[in-house]
Write a new protein. Structure first.
Length: 238
């Protein structure tokens, strides 16, 4: 049963997460039917996340030249019937086929753009520099951070746990419905960022209001080590 429901397996590694407190009124238009905004300590958050997609298999099949690539997404957090989930506002990848499949399978807002990344461990093992870049010319953007300290599991009830531990995805459909899907992985260890920033014109990808929010200093940032993941087939809930 589980094998039949599996959509893809992969390794998500070096997830750089910059987190911003956002006015809930800005996010409400993106909330899928059947879900509601989730919050932490009375605040709603959006996260700009860059990470490595490695060893990707679609329904058990490795697609040539599409096993390893980057992704950058802007996401926020919702809940439904006791489940804590993620909604993606926009997802960027450097592979046309990946973007097309995700749009067809889940109705997600994927776009194909040139991308690259750099992960560098400095002489001290507790310091890592991470960088994800995308776009060209005036649309070129960079997401970067430098960590400080060893990796750890975010404590229960912390903002880090709230951001990192979501195991459901929700995608609004063009007809007003919603698809729910499960993403299964172990808890991720994270490293706190001592510095983190976005550079570029975010409004080109996320619109004026969200773009301005992303260009501000983040409220928090960390680098998650990541793990193997399994994404299951979506189920229409509305």
């Amino acid at each position: 049963m589980t094998q039949q429901r599996t959509f893809l397996t992969a390794e998500w590694r070096n997830l750089l997460m910059l987190n911003y407190s956002v006015d809930p009124a800005v996010l409400l238009p993106f909330v899928p039917a059947g879900t509601e905004l989730d919050e932490f300590d009375g605040m709603t958050y959006a996260s700009l996340v860059g990470f490595e997609f490695n060893n990707t298999r679609l329904q058990g099949i490795a697609v040539p030249f599409h096993r390893s690539f980057e992704e950058v997404n802007l996401r926020f957090y919702v809940k439904r019937e006791g489940k804590r989930g993620v909604v993606f506002i926009r997802e960027l990848v450097p592979k046309y086929a990946v973007a097309a499949i995700a749009r067809i399978a889940f109705g997600e807002n994927y776009t194909c753009v040139p991308m690259s990344h750099r992960i560098e461990t400095l002489p001290s093992d507790d310091v890592i520099e991470a960088e994800y870049t995308w776009g060209t010319g005036t649309s070129h953007c960079t997401l970067q951070a430098k960590t400080n300290g060893p990796a750890f599991i975010p404590p229960d009830g912390s903002l880090g746990q709230f951001i990192a531990e979501h195991y459901w995805g929700y995608a609004a459909q063009r007809d007003g419905g919603c698809v729910e899907y499960e993403v299964r992985h172990p808890q991720w260890r994270v490293r706190t960022a001592k510095s983190a920033e976005f550079s570029g014109d975010a409004s080109r990808y996320y619109g004026d209001t969200l773009g301005k929010a992303v260009m501000l200093p983040p409220d928090s940032a960390f680098l998650a080590e990541g793990s193997e993941v399994t994404v299951f087939r979506g189920t229409r809930i509305l």
